[in-house]
Design a protein around this ligand. Structure first.
Ligand code: NAD
Length: 353
């Protein structure tokens, strides 16, 4: 990959490599776009097979954060950090404090948080060295309940769009993955009278749900073909693909997982099958909305009010999709890009400070 060509094509601002001699910390921070504000995105620790793979991942993820933050109505740009290493071996206080120092060196252009293989506890160390970290235990804490709440209101909005009624009473929902987000989502669904089927590969997590809620359990591979109104992917990405689309009996796909569509063309295939797709980065933004609140002064109620707006945002996206005869995934991108463009223009006049 020619990095400069790629950066120029998609409007990237900065790609920073860092290596700490003492701890062996090896990472890359990417800042995609800061039109709306400082770039925010978590730190992912992954044992990438090659450096190239890590670069591709950080570029893709940082750009994804620009769209997610823009679509969520936040004054944040998009960025991400990837650390190259084995999560079981590399973690230590020194390792994360070294990361904090590199984050600080960007002087607030980038704000980090937890992501895959980094925890709230790790961020406590990062915080010792930088002012630019969020998702901390002492303030906003675990984002999952907010993400789940956003997915819940997003399912309601999608049912309103598809069935003309946003009540979930009697609505059949198949939830794939009952971890952090899945648990809180199921709680909301059951409270509203939805009929829930679940699948997970982790029996402990299944038990955690069945001891508290009345749900049906199916084998992991059977979740796609469950007779239901809504399929809620809350486990992995890419579960909408050539293989699963043939199996779906749902009318709506709305869940927390990132990168739900394996390829962009799968949005067209869903559309052709009459399945309404709630774009992933719009419906799963509750966590980042909560974290943003931490930056501007943490207020739990305010974070919930802002998360609830996912309902209206999805309806707006569905409207754009119908008007422009495009997929809902494309409509979400357009909404995010328009907000960035608009704010760039709003700030173009000179104001003396
Ligand atoms: P988690 O790890 O707590 O839960 C994921 C669950 O999925 C686990 O129980 C796991 O066993 C299960 N799973 C994995 N592979 C599976 C398979 N093949 N079939 C069925 N189940 C499987 O993660 P989480 O925090 O609940 O996040 C769930 C998804 O939502 C992830 O894709 C994550 O990236 C995304 N997401 C989470 C948040 C958040 O606030 N936690 C925010 C935005 C997006």
């Amino acid at each position: 990959m020619n990095k400069f060509d790629y950066m120029s094509k998609y409007g990237y601002e900065q790609l920073v490599y860092f290596y700490d001699k003492e701890t062996g910390l090896k990472g890359i921070t990417c800042i995609h776009d800061t039109t709306l504000g400082p770039a925010l995105g978590g730190t992912r620790l992954w044992n990438y097979a090659t450096e190239e793979e890590a670069v591709e991942d950080v570029l893709r993820l940082a750009r994804g954060m620009s769209y997610k933050n823009a679509a969520a109505g936040l004054n944040l740009g998009g960025g991400k950090t990837v650390l190259i290493g084995d999560a079981k071996k590399v973690k230590s206080e020194a390792y994360f404090r070294a990361l904090g120092r590199y984050v600080q060196s960007l002087n607030g252009r980038y704000i980090t948080a937890e992501d895959v293989n980094t925890s709230v506890e790790d961020m406590d160390y990062v915080m010792m060295e930088t002012d630019y970290v969020t998702g901390l235990r002492k303030t906003s804490g675990d984002p999952s309940p907010f993400t789940a709440y956003g997915v819940y209101v997003g399912i309601k909005a999608s049912c309103y769009e598809k069935f003309g009624n946003d009540s979930l009473k009697g609505i059949k929902v198949a939830v794939q993955g009952v971890g952090h987000v899945g648990y809180f989502l199921i709680k909301h669904l059951i409270e509203e009278g939805a009929i829930v089927t679940i699948a997970d590969i982790n029996q402990d997590n299944i038990n955690n749900i069945t001891k508290e809620f009345d749900v049906k359990v199916v084998a992991p591979n059977d979740i796609y073909s469950v007779e239901c109104d809504v399929y809620a992917p809350c486990a992995l990405g890419a579960t909408v693909n050539d293989d699963t689309i043939n199996q779906f009996k749902c009318k709506v796909i709305a869940g927390s997982a990132n990168n739900v569509l394996k390829e962009a063309r799968h949005a067209d295939m869903l559309e052709a099958k009459g399945i309404l797709y709630a774009p992933d980065y719009v419906i799963n933004a509750g966590g980042v909305i909560n974290v943003y609140q931490e930056i501007i002064g943490y207020d739990r109620e305010e974070a919930l009010v802002k998360t609830k707006r996912i309902y209206d945002r999805l309806l707006e996206i569905y409207k754009i999709a119908k008007e422009q005869k495009i997929t809902t995934a494309k409509a979400a991108d357009i909404m995010a890009e328009n907000r960035i463009k608009l704010m760039k223009n709003v700030r173009s006049n000179y104001i003396k400070k």
